[in-house]
Design a protein around this ligand. Structure first.
Ligand SMILES: [Zn+2]
Length: 279
């Protein structure tokens, strides 16, 4: 059996499971200094069954409204993320980011709760895992989040809060026949009981961003210890919106994996390129 994944930077990727294609955290709003450069345009995205949003931060939602409108597909997310998506589409958060969105498309954005299970087809379902957001340290916040360059593009300070409200944070347990893919939009390792439910999963898509390289390795490493996946796919390590983001150093994570989990395969995705995994 084959599982295909195409990554577009951040936690933005399409999972192809037989004839079902799921799009997670669509974010194509990268700036000109982002690295690696994303070639795929949102207009090229097609044949998607549903969109899933991990949380309401801007780097996880910017194209959700546009895709809901143009591909006529459902978006599953938290209440706050839904508000952010609609505010964003209506141009209330970031300048020059206004799409027209119909009431029908707005109604395609479905609010969900932890542990909801969405059946996509007889073979594919997605369950929402209770999770949280990685805690930024103060230095990260001051040096990167509040950059003047970014603030200039935000319509007003009043909308800044809306742009960053994250709401509930979901992880995803995607089941395709007897295979299980666990993925997150932000790294959260502390709900051990939640993670343990998904022990021995086939694929773990892990977001490596938002902390020092050592902390990231430790937190992601603990998740791998519990989940015991066969394959690990690191995402979110790209420099998606400098200076808010940076290219992450994954060496401590690689070292951890080499020492503790030499038998787990790490597949490093390349932007715009499909990975095919035989499971
Ligand atoms: Zn976030």
């Amino acid at each position: 059996m084959q599982i295909k994944i195409k990554w577009f930077g951040t936690a933005n990727y399409i999972l192809e499971l037989g004839n079902v294609r799921l799009h997670f955290d669509p974010f194509f709003f990268r700036n000109e200094n982002s690295f690696p450069e994303l070639q795929t345009k949102k207009e090229e995205i097609k044949d998607i069954n549903a969109i899933f949003i991990s949380h309401g931060h801007f780097d996880h939602i910017t194209e959700a409204g546009w895709l809901a409108e143009n591909l006529e597909i459902p978006v599953y997310c938290s209440e706050i993320a839904k508000e952010n998506i609609i505010n964003h589409v209506e141009g209330k958060i970031i300048e020059d980011q206004k799409y027209s969105i119909s009431e029908v498309a707005k109604n395609r954005i479905k609010t969900c709760k932890f542990h909801d299970k969405i059946q996509i087809s007889p073979e594919v379902s997605v369950e929402l895992i209770k999770s949280e957001h990685i805690k930024f340290d103060l230095v990260t916040i001051l040096s990167r989040l509040f950059s003047w360059k970014f603030l200039k593009q935000i319509k007003s300070m009043a909308h800044l809060g809306k742009a960053f409200l994250m709401g509930d944070v979901f992880g995803f347990s995607t089941t395709y026949l007897d295979k299980n893919i666990i993925s997150f939009g932000s790294l959260w390792h502390e709900y051990e009981d939640e993670l343990r439910k998904h022990e021995n999963c086939d694929i773990f898509i892990v977001p490596l961003a938002g902390n020092s390289k050592r902390h990231m390795a430790k937190k992601a490493g603990k998740m791998v210890d519990i989940l015991k996946p066969k394959v690990v796919i690191p995402v979110h390590w790209d420099n998606f919106y400098p200076p808010i983001s940076r290219l992450e150093n994954l060496n401590p994570f690689y070292k951890y994996m080499e020492n503790k989990h030499p038998n787990i395969l790490i597949m490093m995705p390349k932007m715009d390129e499909e990975i095919v995994i035989d499971v």
